[in-house]
Write a protein that binds this ligand. Structure first.
Ligand code: SF4
Length: 262
């Protein structure tokens, strides 16, 4: 992760294919939004607006997809996109879809990574519902008061009718946080669905319960790195296979490179 920040992330064909599948699934649930952002504030508006519609969809139709979440841990910005929120038995279940290039079940290491991600989604959802993380926190963190939408984008908002009542970043952010606050209580159950990216077939569903103490322990460990109290950690020896797919292997990172090969 540290090297990704320093040298940039590579968008591979596999990532592109995964994104395409996510867009297809989103199109089946959410109302399509025809807006073409040209600047970062425009894009942020579109993200907030589509997420707002998706949360409204959850209340109205019991399901919403691709909901962008914002939050904070230890003063650091936290964000992520929940693949799906669905009402089951009166509670909201968070689920995520992970595409895989082969039909084999995921390893324990992959499941653990996905579990941590789900814990963070749940924390952000809890904080948005309880008022722990509000429009004010978001505005301060992203400085939206200083942002301006482009004239071209404003014309699009007027032409599509979106601009009626939601014509600024502040108004759309306000609507989004309001909508999130009103959703039913989240279920303790979290769900990750592993999908074969070639066929679209479901490989396995992994369900587990949210554990706030475990989440707190993970956050504490992560913050030690961000606060400069420890070095970043390479993958464990048993997970060296990950290095085969890592663009830093043998270049910026030589942790598992002593013999020139794995
Ligand atoms: S080569 Fe391996 S240990 Fe090094 S950054 Fe990449 S995944 Fe981590």
């Amino acid at each position: 992760m540290e090297l990704n920040y320093k040298f940039g992330r590579k968008i591979t064909e596999e990532i592109k294919k995964g994104r395409q599948m996510h867009e297809e699934m989103e199109g089946k649930v959410n109302i399509p939004v025809m807006l073409e952002p040209t600047t970062w504030p425009d894009s942020l508006f579109k993200i907030l607006y589509t997420s707002y519609l998706a949360v409204s969809g959850l209340r109205e139709r019991g399901k919403g997809r691709e909901i962008q979440m914002y939050g904070s841990i230890g003063g650091y910005r936290l964000s992520g996109r929940i693949d799906q929120l669905e009402t089951e038995g009166g509670k909201v279940v968070i689920s995520d879809d992970k595409t895989r290039s082969d039909p084999s079940p995921p390893s324990d290491a992959q499941i653990l990574t996905n579990k941590v991600q789900m814990f963070m989604y749940r924390k952000m959802l809890d904080d948005a519902r309880s008022g722990e993380y509000t429009l004010q926190n978001f505005s301060r963190a992203y400085q939206i008061d200083k942002m301006q939408l482009s004239e071209q984008f404003k014309r699009q908002l007027r032409a599509t009718g979106v601009g009626d009542g939601l014509s600024t970043l502040k108004s759309v952010a306000d609507a989004y946080f309001d909508e999130l606050k009103g959703i039913p209580e989240p279920s303790a159950r979290l769900r990750v669905r592993y999908i074969d990216k070639m066929t679209g077939d479901e490989i396995r569903i992994y369900s587990f319960d949210y554990n706030p103490e475990e989440a707190q322990g993970i956050i504490k460990h992560v913050l030690q790195f961000w606060n400069g109290e420890r070095e970043s950690e390479p993958v464990k020896e048993g997970e060296k296979w990950k290095c085969n797919h890592c663009k830093f292997f043998g270049e910026q990172c030589k942790v598992w490179w002593p013999q020139g090969k794995l």
